[in-house]
Structure formats: structure tokens, C-alpha cells
Design a protein around this ligand. Structure first.
Ligand SMILES: [Zn+2]
Length: 382
């Protein structure tokens, strides 16, 4: 594929022992220090947080939006008419959108997979729709995303080797078709938009390797590893990253989709992952499950009823600086809206802090030490 890079990746330090790297991803909407965690803004919002919370308080540099949801409502054409997703949601920094494939496979009703794409029914009203490798590129270009994802088939877990192979081969063909269309659309376009293909292959290392070997021919600006966190045991997800990573070009960012718990982030980074996203910090926050530097806090527990201390004494976030555990518990029990906002703000801060700490450790050449401390801390909690 012959086109100018749409995002560029600069490696600043590499761990001499693990595969961890620290770098900067340059996009049309700003620079992003890696490894990076991308909060999920499913419906063009990180639930409960304003643009000011995200950009000014938390200093988030890149958000993830879900193509499936935004395509169905309010629709990509409406978003385009209103100036694209950045302007629509008043977000001046980078946006990555997924291809919609994952939600089609996990959320929508009856669906039919053909060589051309996937036919599905909206979970909102049952209307039939089709995503093709070409149409998902068009939808994401209408959003104006900085990073687009190629349409992929994400099989459930477990599946047979034979089915996983068919789905992986289809994903490769779709990536090629999507790329050809993308190259045409980009010719003469003045704004910058990268397209990342997605490595699939279920939990079979040979298929993951085969998929990488095909996808690197696209010479993409970055590569995603998908099909993780679909119910498989955690060691398997890490094994799949290990299978893929050595085959991916060193100077392009790698994005592990949909991972993980706080103590898993270092495991992915140790395996050469630069970008991650997950709904856990925001979803768990709303459900009363908070991540702190001292382990998890289930805020509804009676032990916090009269606890005047901060949620996490080591956390610099607005929630921890301002409110007590007792007050947060009260808000949660009362079903108050403010609870979701304060809790999400804290959980995201926790994830972002972990990423910053890892980046710092890689730059100082101390990542192996950091990894050891995370491993022994999580072993103690178990
Ligand atoms: Zn906090």
C-alpha cells in the first residue's frame, strides 16, 4: 500500500528484558504518549464525564468511539453534517473508532456472515443493516476518526480450529478489501486518518501467526490484536499476544483490543502492546466496583458506611481529594447521578496512573522491577 503515513509512531525507549516500549503516537489531533489506555466513549460520551473532566482533569489524549452504536444512532451522516465526531462531541483530541464488527457479533440479533460482509439487526428496533469492509471505512471516515479499524470477524470462545481458520481468512480478505477502498478514499483527502487491520485467529497460535504474516503486507500504520476478552482464560489471551507480537513491525503501534483488569495492563505492555482500551474502569465504577492502589473497593459494603477517609489515599483525582468513602457509599446507595460521575473519574484516573507509571519505568529502564512488583502485589491479593 503506497500512501503517506497518517499517524506516526516514535519509539523512545525499549525494555532490555521484556518487550515493553515507550513511545509517542503522532496524530492529526495531538501527540499521545504510549503505552496508553483509551477510555471508551461508546455513545460519543464516556458515561458520566464531560469533555472538561476528560481533557483538563484527567488529561486523556485519545478516546475510543463505537461505530456500531453511532452508526445506528444518531447516524454517521448526521455526525458528518455537524462537522464530524470531534466537533459533534466537542472533543479536540484524538479519536479511535472500532469497525463495529465486535458489537455486531456480541449485541445484535440475527446476523448472517457472507463474503461481502455481515447482515445484522439493530438492537434498538430490529431494522436490518449491512456492514461491509468498504462501508465501515466510509462510516468511520464520515466520523472523521484519527484511527479507523478494519472490519473483522470476532468468533466467540471456544470455536473449532476449522471455524477459527475460516473466520481468520475472511478477516484477512476483508482487511484487503477495506484497504483497497480506504486507499481510494484517501487519495486527495486533506485530513489524516489511519486504518488499522485486526489480527484474529481465536485461541490458536498458528492462526494468529498466519494472520499477522498476511496483514503485514498491507504496510498499515498500526496493528490491532482482536478477539481477546471473549471469555477465554487469561493466560491464553497473553499467549495469543505473544504469538502475534514478534511478527508485527517494530515501528508501528500495537493495540490490544478490550483488555484488561488493572493488574493485567503490565502483562500486555510486557508483551509489546502500546495501546489498550476497556470498558471495565467506567462500567465497574457505575456498578460500585472501584480500583484503588490498595486493591478493590466494593463501595456498598457496610464497612464504608462511616468511613471518613478518601477512596484512595494515594490518588490525586478530584473524587479522592474531595469526598469520603462514606459519602460515595451514600450516593451509590441512594442511586444518585453524582456517584457515577465521581466513581468513573476515579477509576479512569487509576488506569491512567498505572499507564504513566509503566511509561516512566520503561523510560528509566526499570520496567522489569515494576512488573515484578505488580505480580507480587496481585499474588498477595489472591
Ligand atoms: Zn481517585
Amino acid at each position: 500500500m503506497n500512501h503517506a503515513p497518517q499517524v506516526t509512531f516514535e519509539i523512545q525507549a525499549e525494555c532490555p528484558i521484556t518487550r515493553a516500549r515507550a513511545g509517542v503516537l503522532h496524530t492529526a489531533h495531538g501527540d499521545i504518549e504510549t503505552p496508553v489506555f483509551m477510555p471508551v466513549g461508546t455513545q460519543a460520551t464516556v458515561k458520566g464525564l464531560s469533555q472538561r473532566d476528560l481533557a483538563e482533569d484527567l488529561d486523556v489524549r485519545i478516546l475510543l468511539g463505537n461505530t456500531y452504536h453511532l452508526y445506528l444512532r444518531p447516524g454517521h451522516e448526521l455526525i458528518q453534517r455537524l462537522g464530524g465526531l470531534h466537533r459533534f462531541m466537542s472533543w479536540p483530541r484524538a479519536i479511535l473508532t472500532d469497525s463495529g464488527g465486535f458489537q455486531v457479533f456480541s449485541l445484535s440479533g440475527i446476523r448472517k456472515i457472507t463474503e461481502q460482509g455481515v447482515v445484522f439487526h439493530s438492537h434498538l428496533n430490529g431494522d436490518p443493516h449491512t456492514f461491509t469492509p468498504e462501508s465501515t471505512v466510509d462510516v468511520q471516515l464520515a466520523f472523521g476518526s484519527d484511527i479507523l479499524m478494519a472490519l473483522d470477524e470476532c468468533p466467540e470462545y471456544p470455536v473449532s480450529h476449522e471455524y477459527a481458520r475460516q473466520a481468520m481468512r475472511r478477516t484477512v480478505r476483508w482487511a484487503r478489501a477495506g484497504y483497497a477502498h480506504y486507499a481510494q478514499r484517501m487519495a486527495g483527502m486533506e485530513t489524516r486518518h489511519a486504518l488499522f487491520p485486526i489480527v484474529q485467529g481465536s485461541m490458536y497460535a498458528d492462526l494468529r501467526r498466519e494472520c499477522c504474516a498476511e496483514l503485514v503486507n498491507l504496510d498499515a500504520d498500526g496493528y490491532a490484536i482482536g478477539g481477546l476478552s471473549v471469555g477465554e482464560p487469561r493466560p491464553l489471551s497473553l499467549e495469543m499476544v505473544e504469538a502475534a507480537e514478534p511478527l508485527l513491525p517494530r515501528h508501528r503501534p500495537r493495540y490490544a483490543m478490550g483488555v484488561g483488569m488493572p493488574d493485567e495492563l503490565a502483562e500486555y505492555v510486557a508483551r509489546g502492546v502500546d495501546m489498550m482500551d476497556c470498558v471495565l474502569p467506567s462500567r465497574n465504577a457505575r456498578n460500585g466496583y472501584l480500583f484503588t492502589s490498595e486493591g478493590r473497593v466494593i463501595i456498598k459494603h457496610a464497612r464504608y458506611k462511616e468511613d471518613p477517609g478518601p477512596l484512595d489515599p494515594n490518588c490525586p483525582c478530584y473524587t479522592c481529594r474531595t469526598y469520603s468513602r462514606a459519602y460515595l457509599r451514600h450516593l451509590f446507595q441512594a442511586g444518585e447521578i453524582l456517584y457515577a460521575s465521581l466513581a468513573t473519574r476515579h477509576n479512569l484516573q487509576r488506569y491512567l496512573d498505572i499507564m504513566r507509571r509503566m511509561r516512566h519505568a520503561i523510560l528509566l529502564g526499570e520496567f522489569p522491577k515494576y512488573l515484578d512488583s505488580v505480580r507480587s502485589a496481585s499474588a498477595q491479593l489472591e
